[in-house]
Design a protein around this ligand. Structure first.
Ligand code: FMN
Length: 258
C-alpha cells in the first residue's frame, strides 16, 4: 500500500527520478495548537469517540516513521466489555483507563522482521527493486536475529567492534534486548502520531505504561516476541480532566548546539 498521491517522475541529469513534492501552505499555527493542547488527560466524559475518528487516528499512527520501514507495531483496540474491564484492572484501575471511551494497547513486535522484509520486496512501490534495497532487505533478518542466548548477537558485536576500529559500523541492534528497544522506538513514535491525531480531532488521550505487563500479555494472548509498550486511553476531556499545568524545564537543559 503506497501513500503518496502527489508523486510523479521527473528527470534529473537525464535520469528519471521519483518525485514527491513537499506540500506547501501547511498551517503551522494549527499544528502548534495540536501539539500545545495535547495534555495527558486522566478523566474523560462518557461521550464515545466515533468509529471513523478512531480509525482515522489509527491510520495516522500507522504512518509514523519506522526503522527500516519495517512497522514493528500492533494496536489492539480493546472493546469487548469483559476484556476492557480486565484491561482497566491491569492498568491499576487508573482513572485515565477507567474513564476512557477507548483503550488501545500499543504493542511492539520483534518477530516480523523476516516476514516484513520479504513483504517489502514483494510490494516494493516501483517497478524495479534497486539492487541496494534488495540486498538490504535480504540482509536485515540476519542482522536482527540474536540467536539462542544472544549467541549470534555476541559474534556480530565482536566482529563489528573489530571493524569499528577502522571505520564507522552499526553497533546494534544485535542482542534480544537491543532488538526490543529497536521495536519499541518505532512503536512509541506511532503512539505519538496516535495521540496527536486524537487531539487534532478534538479528543484527548493518556499514554500509560503503568500497567501489569503479565496481565496485559495474557489478556491479548501475546507471544514472547510481542510486548506492550503502552496503553493509550482516549476520550473527550472532562472539565477537570487535566490535573495541573504542564511542566517543562528550561530549554537549555535539553537543547545543545555543538
Ligand atoms: C511512556 C509514557 C508512559 C506514561 N504512563 C503514564 C501512566 O501510566 N499514567 C499516567 O497517568 N500518565 C502516564 N504518562 C503521562 C505522563 O505522566 C505525562 O506525559 C507527563 O507528566 C507530562 O504531562 P503532559 O503529557 O500533560 O505534557 C505517561 C507518559 C509517557 C510518555
Amino acid at each position: 500500500m503506497s501513500n503518496s498521491p502527489q508523486a510523479s517522475t521527473i528527470s534529473i541529469n537525464g535520469k528519471d527520478r521519483y518525485h514527491e513534492p513537499a506540500p506547501e501552505h501547511i498551517n503551522v499555527e494549527e499544528f502548534r495548537k495540536v501539539v500545545m493542547s495535547r495534555r495527558s488527560v486522566r478523566k474523560f466524559t462518557s461521550k464515545p469517540i466515533p468509529q471513523t475518528v478512531v480509525d482515522d487516528c489509527l491510520d495516522m499512527a500507522l504512518l509514523a516513521p519506522c526503522s527500516s520501514g519495517l512497522q514493528p507495531w500492533e494496536f489492539y483496540v480493546v472493546r469487548t466489555p469483559a476484556k476492557k474491564a480486565k484491561l482497566v484492572k491491569a492498568c491499576m484501575s487508573q482513572l485515565a483507563a477507567k474513564t476512557a471511551s477507548e483503550l488501545i494497547v500499543c504493542v511492539a513486535r520483534t518477530d516480523r522482521v523476516e516476514e516484513f522484509s520479504r513483504k517489502m520486496l514483494r510490494e516494493w512501490p516501483m517497478p524495479d527493486v534497486p539492487t541496494l534495497v534488495k540486498r538490504y532487505y535480504q540482509l536485515i533478518p540476519y542482522n536482527y536475529a540474536p540467536g539462542p542466548l544472544n549467541s549470534f548477537a555476541m559474534v556480530k558485536k565482536a566482529a563489528f567492534a573489530v571493524g569499528g576500529l577502522v571505520a564507522p559500523v552499526p553497533r546494534g541492534p544485535y542482542t534480544s534486548s537491543e532488538v526490543q528497544l529497536w521495536a519499541a522506538k518505532s512503536t512509541a513514535l506511532a503512539c505519538e502520531n496516535l495521540v496527536l491525531a486524537f487531539r487534532a480531532h478534538g479528543y484527548d488521550t493518556c499514554m500509560m505504561e503503568g500497567f501489569d505487563e503479565v496481565r496485559v500479555r495474557k489478556l491479548l494472548k501475546l507471544e514472547d516476541a510481542a510486548f506492550p509498550v503502552m496503553v493509550v486511553g482516549a476520550g473527550e476531556r472532562a472539565d477537570d480532566g487535566v490535573f495541573w499545568p504542564q511542566v517543562r524545564f528550561e530549554r537549555e537543559l535539553f537543547v545543545h548546539e555543538v
